[in-house]
Design a protein around this ligand. Structure first.
Ligand code: TYM
Length: 330
């Protein structure tokens, strides 16, 4: 059976980008067609300046939202990364397989490091080695497919390279994983800066729709989205990024095709209105289920405990084999 692994970082409140680019597919498709693991990758949240209480809170919230999106603990394995030691054990071997040049080439590292330096802060070493931990997340489970948004594709490519290199040097140990991207909304853009990805840790939140935003807040953010010069509605991501983004979001929420949808509009106002309503309707059941689950933290904790136990059992033999393969007396 196909093995799927993916994860989400508890570095901010989860966004419409996380949902349309990744989480929705996990819940609606992936868990039904494969042996799937989904992980709240809390160790990754320590790669930038962090507040311990906030990370703890956001980890619980992310797990609760994943259940609210429809992940079914009877069908898939949902767990928190730090509760399964195999991730850090294997991460070290990945650091011994990768080169520093490979790590420095990662776009996300360059962007995040530049941002930290601009703020006058220093860059944690773990921000540079982050893709080694992410490769470990994926490779520990013999993963075939990694369903992510476009921004994570480069990291999965690196995981592929590391798997192949390791296998070549030390013998067949890891499955070489591949990325799967959604058909639409692989890269949802910020509503205020449509040339930039909608990200959960942006300081300016007016262009970011959070899954737990009140419906009226969602409407306001979408109605105030930056559109482009000109007033005709065409789908052109390069020249008309603001309008194309709204069309992508509308298409992802309604199941349509963004180009075909464009033909049905002759004003930005009408497009925004329909997009806002489509998002509100899409997210409504998630918000409602989240409210129910948030009232029962003991249930969520139990799901995570059982998930971690299952994940540990799945990862352990492969990570042990990798330790032996490189010459450790493990
Ligand atoms: P993270 O937490 O930034 O995002 C979680 C998932 O959401 C997708 N995503 C988006 N998709 C479309 N448009 C957007 N604006 C958007 N923003 C986020 C991401 O591509 C991702 O699929 N490094 C990962 C977490 C991770 C992971 C892993 C993923 C750690 N280990 C192993 C897969 C496998 C991250 O920071 O995702």
């Amino acid at each position: 059976m196909t093995r799927i692994f993916s994860g989400v970082q508890p570095t901010g409140h989860l966004t419409l980008g996380n949902y349309l680019g990744a989480m929705r597919r996990w819940a609606e498709e992936d868990q039904y067609r494969a042996d799937a693991l989904f992980c709240v990758v809390d160790l990754h949240a320590l790669t930038v300046d962090h507040d311990p209480a906030r990370v703890r809170r956001l980890s619980r919230q992310a797990a609760t939202l994943l259940l609210a999106c429809g992940l079914d603990p009877e069908r898939c394995t949902l767990f928190v990364q730090s509760q399964v030691d195999e991730h850090t054990r294997l991460s070290y071997l990945m650091e011994c397989t990768a080169t520093d040049g490979e790590m420095r080439r990662m776009i996300q590292y360059k962007e995040k490091a530049a941002r930290e330096r601009e703020r006058g802060g220093s860059v944690r070493l773990s921000l540079l080695t982050y893709p080694a931990l992410m490769a470990a997340d994926v490779l520990a489970y013999g993963t075939d497919e990694v369903p992510v948004g476009e921004d994570q594709a480069q990291h999965v490519e690196l995981a592929r390279d590391l798997a192949m290199r390791f296998n070549q040097r030390y013998g067949q140990t890891f499955v070489v994983p591949r990325t799967t991207l959604p058909v639409v909304a692989a890269r949802v853009m910020d509503l205020q800066e449509p040339t930039r990805k909608m990200g959960k840790s942006h300081a300016r939140t007016a262009g970011v729709v959070y899954l737990l935003d009140e419906p009226d807040v969602v409407r306001k953010k979408i109605m105030r989205a930056v559109t482009d010069a000109g007033s005709d509605v065409v789908y052109d991501r390069a020249e008309r990024p603001g309008v194309a983004n709204l069309l992508d979001v509308l298409a992802a929420c309604t199941g349509g095709d963004p180009r075909a949808l464009a033909a049905g509009y002759d004003s930005y106002g009408a497009l925004k209105k329909d997009t806002a309503e489509a998002v509100v309707e899409r997210v409504r059941p998630v918000r409602e289920r989240h409210a129910e689950l948030a009232a029962d933290p003991a249930y969520v904790d139990e799901v995570l405990r059982a998930g971690a136990e299952r994940a540990r059992r799945m990862a352990r033999p492969r990570v042990d084999a990798a330790y032996r393969a490189v010459g450790l007396l493990a």
